[in-house]
Design a protein around this ligand. Structure first.
Ligand code: PGA
Length: 236
């Protein structure tokens, strides 16, 4: 994993958007893996600006999001469907049928997860996967565990993730306890991975420099990815 330290969040967002736009310009029909959370918001703002300026065109792009809470429908402002519309899809020209986000409302979640991995394969695999990282080292909603989970599946959120995400909800009780997340194997199969970490993630980034690979720090597996860059902003 190539860890690149950048001056601040603005620089991180500009660099990340540049990397994504270059991928789209190099391969207009590429497959992007996308992330939610507060860290990629600046990246999406930059991409929207670049689209408006005619620097990048998403009309042939396919996207697959990492995860979605269980039990929140698309119109719920805390859902990741809503987040993606607000921050990216509502402002750029990714075709509607090219957008994929796990369905946290599926009656048969297992079937939905299997179909999600199949759809990624059918699309030719992910060219560039964007990731945030949790304070506990989670990627997507793959929480610290005894084993790495390979495929997309339903996961239980840890108390620390529920605590970290409560800022988006009125009450901590409202944070869903489960989610659907791409698996570690799904993420590792992406041809390139770009991880974004703000200054609040200094501790976990330090751990990634030091530690060997363990499912207790899910992001540590990225050290075995052949093309993974982590952009770390040392200031807000
Ligand atoms: P954040 O979340 O960008 O809101 O810190 C990252 C994550 O939990 O993956």
């Amino acid at each position: 994993m190539n860890i690149v330290t950048v001056r601040d969040y603005r620089a991180l967002s500009g660099m990340a958007a540049g990397i994504i736009a270059s991928q789209v310009n190099r391969k207009p029909n590429c497959v992007l893996g996308l992330a939610t959370g507060s860290t990629p918001i600046g990246t999406y703002e930059n991409l929207v600006d670049m689209f408006r300026e005619g620097v990048v065109d998403f009309s042939k792009v396919t996207t697959f999001n990492l995860d979605e809470y269980c039990g929140l429908d698309e119109e719920n402002p805390q859902s990741y469907h809503y987040f993606m519309r607000e921050h990216l899809f509502g402002h750029v020209n990714v075709p509607e049928d090219g957008v994929h986000i796990p369905n946290g409302m599926a009656a048969d979640v297992e079937k939905e997860c299997g179909e999600y991995d199949e759809a990624i394969k059918r699309a030719g695999g992910i060219d560039l996967q964007l990731l945030g990282i949790g304070h506990n080292g989670h990627i997507g909603f793959n929480e610290p565990d005894d084993v790495f989970h390979d495929n997309t599946g339903m996961v239980r959120l840890t108390p620390s993730t529920i605590e970290a995400n409560k800022r988006f909800f009125d009450r901590v009780e409202d944070v869903p306890k489960t989610a659907v997340s791409m698996g570690i194997g799904t993420i590792m199969a992406a041809r390139e991975v770009l991880v974004l970490a703000g200054p609040d993630k200094a501790e976990i980034v330090e751990k990634l420099r030091e530690e060997s690979c363990s499912p207790r720090v899910p992001a540590s597996i990225l050290r075995y990815h052949p093309r993974c860059t982590l952009l770390f902003a040392t200031a807000k």
